[in-house]
Design a protein around this ligand. Structure first.
Ligand SMILES: *Cc1c(COP(=O)(O)O)cnc(C)c1O
Length: 369
């Protein structure tokens, strides 16, 4: 699905130098490399504040902690997403309220979302799934009308631009707080775990930094209950190197997606991903919808030719054992359908021409196209 080895070989001298810089400095925790990377990422996405943390799940948890929510408060999340988004809500004693997906974009459905708002709703966590932004203008309007916070789960869409008639802004800075992950296979991936929070709000930024650092703003003075969640210095150095290449990498992902689109668009039994007019697409995943119950057979067929493909995601969140108990009456038709139809093809900036040709050839063969 990705080629981390190939990428490391291409960047080896730069990466090795960055790792050695940290080793030689022996600033293993919160070293210079961490603030250098935070500033560099802030500049890249035009954010007032970037705060590194240990991983994307922690970023979500810290974001929620910064909003002073009370047990029982409801937080809206999509039912078609990675578990981390809902997990942190439950962990903090808040109530995740799941909402169906939009069939075309895979992102949270705005009409369904409106219906799920109650007097207890305090926040929405839209997930910019697979590489493009949710319908943020609509979400901002809903948040304003109902006095809700927005935390953008930007783990899959770092570098994407959201635009409407008036503004153009990077994802992660549209709501109150953005969170992201530097898991190795993400568009901006470390060689280990990492994450960050992004915001333009000075007060929230200060609070986030404090929460991530044991609730202290002065050493051994703890003004609130916090956590220990740090971006590792070695990873920060690696991320600084990779950030210089992010735009090129995202462009290569986009080019590969256009190649897939052209080759696969006319196969009747698949639907190629739809690009939303208000967002650029950074193609964290290239996700097809395979019709007529042929998804699993296509996957097996590709596997028999050593072509990996993945199902993101196979089970609606409300059907997961951990979340089922509180969602017994929940049934989201679009999420259900997507779980049966989606198939993501290999997508990364280092794919060779012979590889991509082979992939589309085998997909076409399967459909006898
Ligand atoms: C990867 C991911 C996360 C979690 O990131 P980790 O760094 O693995 O904790 C959260 N949300 C989404 C949508 C993700 O894709």
């Amino acid at each position: 699905m990705v080629d981390l080895q190939g990428q490391y070989k291409k960047l080896k001298s730069e990466i090795d130098a960055a790792v050695h810089l940290t080793l030689d400095s022996s600033q293993y925790i919160n070293g210079q490399q961490v603030s250098t990377f935070e500033n560099k990422l802030a500049k890249f996405i035009d954010a007032n504040h970037v705060i590194g943390c240990a991983n994307g799940t922690d970023a979500l948890q810290i974001a929620l902690m910064a909003l002073d929510l009370k047990p029982g408060d409801e937080v809206i999340v999509p039912s078609f997403t990675y578990v981390a988004t809902a997990e942190v809500i439950a962990l903090l004693g808040l109530t995740p309220i799941m909402v169906d997906a939009d069939y075309d974009t895979f992102n949270i459905d705005i009409t369904a979302l409106k219906k799920s708002i109650t007097p207890n709703t305090k926040a929405i966590i839209p997930v910019h799934l697979f590489g493009q932004a949710c319908a943020m203008a609509e979400l901002l309007a809903i948040a304003k009308d109902n006095n809700l916070f927005i935390i953008e789960d930007n783990a899959q869409s770092i570098g994407a631009d959201y635009s409407d008639d008036k503004t153009k802004i990077k994802t992660g800075l549209i709501g109150d707080i953005g969170t992201t992950s530097f898991y190795p296979s993400k568009n901006l991936g470390a060689y280990g775990d990492g994450g960050a929070l992004t915001t333009n709000d000075d007060k929230l930024a200060e609070k986030i930094r404090r929460i991530a650092n044991h609730g202290q703003n002065k050493k051994y003075h703890h003004s609130m209950v916090g956590v220990n969640s740090r971006l590792d210095s070695i990873q920060a150095g690696i991320l600084s190197v990779k950030l210089d290449h992010l735009e090129t990498f995202n462009q290569k992902r986009y080019d590969l997606a256009q190649f897939y689109n052209i080759e696969l668009a006319s196969i009747k039994e698949i639907i190629i991903p739809k690009e939303d007019k208000n967002s650029t697409h950074v193609y964290h995943q290239y996700t097809l919808k395979v019709l007529n119950n042929k998804r699993d057979d296509l996957k097996t067929y590709l596997q028999s030719y050593d072509i990996p493909s993945m199902i993101y995601y196979p089970i609606p969140l409300y059907k997961q054992e951990a979340y089922r108990r509180n969602n017994e009456n929940v049934f989201h038709p679009v999420t259900e359908q997507l779980c049966k139809e989606v198939l993501s093809l290999p997508m990364h900036p280092d794919m060779r021409e012979d590889q991509r040709n082979y992939i589309v050839q085998k997909v076409k063969e399967f459909f006898e196209y």
